[in-house]
Ligand binder design. Structure first.
Ligand code: SF4
Ligand code: SF4
Length: 227
């Protein structure tokens, strides 16, 4: 799959997810941004799309913010969702991947708004809470929605299996330095800081047995995406 096809596929995956969210009972709305933390993760394909969306001036502004965030504490995943699925299948121990909920805000958040909302990564899209996080201090997402979210995360990683996953800031630092964006376009994995982890294709889907039937229509919609 070439880059153009991957980007079109990603867009279509987001559309399918949007259809799922439309039917959810959620309180999420504009200017509600407690979930916009520095812990968001994404794939390199999603980071590439964010950088493509910013015009040169915007890129310059946000490059400064991203660099300022480089020394700040943030969640840096050790394994991708598809690797976790493989580890579960093999009965391996999972790494301890606790997020520090006291981490700062996303470097892009501007006056409680997301300047890249149209192209925000799946890690942002899947924050769909039944209660207001400002009141409760955390998002309430039911188990079925979490299962759906994991399925989408697996597919988003799968279509970028030649790329990497990492913290939002780390992906953008990597892609916006030197000729890394061009290298990414040419399918070269390059991360001198080793802050990103290589993506993998799906070997097994992490769908709990109790949701296998209910999730079928969404899975089929995802499987039907072809270019
Ligand atoms: S997940 Fe929480 S903070 Fe984010 S939009 Fe929804 S209610 Fe607001
Ligand atoms: S990219 Fe946008 S939606 Fe995602 S955490 Fe940052 S400000 Fe929020």
């Amino acid at each position: 799959m070439n880059l153009k096809t991957k980007l079109k596929t990603l867009e279509h995956i987001y559309e399918v997810y949007s259809g799922f969210v439309d039917d959810l009972d959620t309180v999420c709305k504009r200017y509600c941004s407690v979930c916009c933390t520095s812990n968001v993760t994404m794939t390199t394909l999603e980071g590439f799309r964010v950088l493509e969306y910013l015009d040169p001036k915007g890129e310059e502004v946000f490059r400064g913010r991203i660099q300022a965030m480089a020394c700040e504490k943030r969640f840096q995943p050790k394994v991708t969702i598809n690797r976790i699925a493989e580890m579960c299948m093999n009965g391996e121990d999972l790494p301890d991947e606790k997020k520090d909920e006291k981490s700062g805000t996303c470097p892009f958040l501007t006056e409680n708004e997301c300047p890249v909302y149209a192209v925000r990564p799946f890690g942002c899209r899947c924050m769909v809470s039944k209660q207001n996080c400002k009141v409760s201090g955390f998002a309430e997402i039911d188990d079925y929605t979490l299962a759906v979210n994991n399925m989408f995360l697996q597919v988003v990683e799968h279509i970028d299996s030649a790329g990497c996953t990492g913290n939002f800031t780390d992906v953008l630092i990597c892609l916006s330095s030197g000729d890394k964006k061009t290298m990414y376009e040419n399918e070269a994995r390059y991360d001198p800081e080793r802050t990103l982890i290589p993506n993998r294709a799906i070997k097994v889907m992490m769908i709990p047995p109790e949701y296998r039937e209910r999730i079928q229509p969404i899975l089929q919609a995802l499987q039907g995406i072809t270019y």
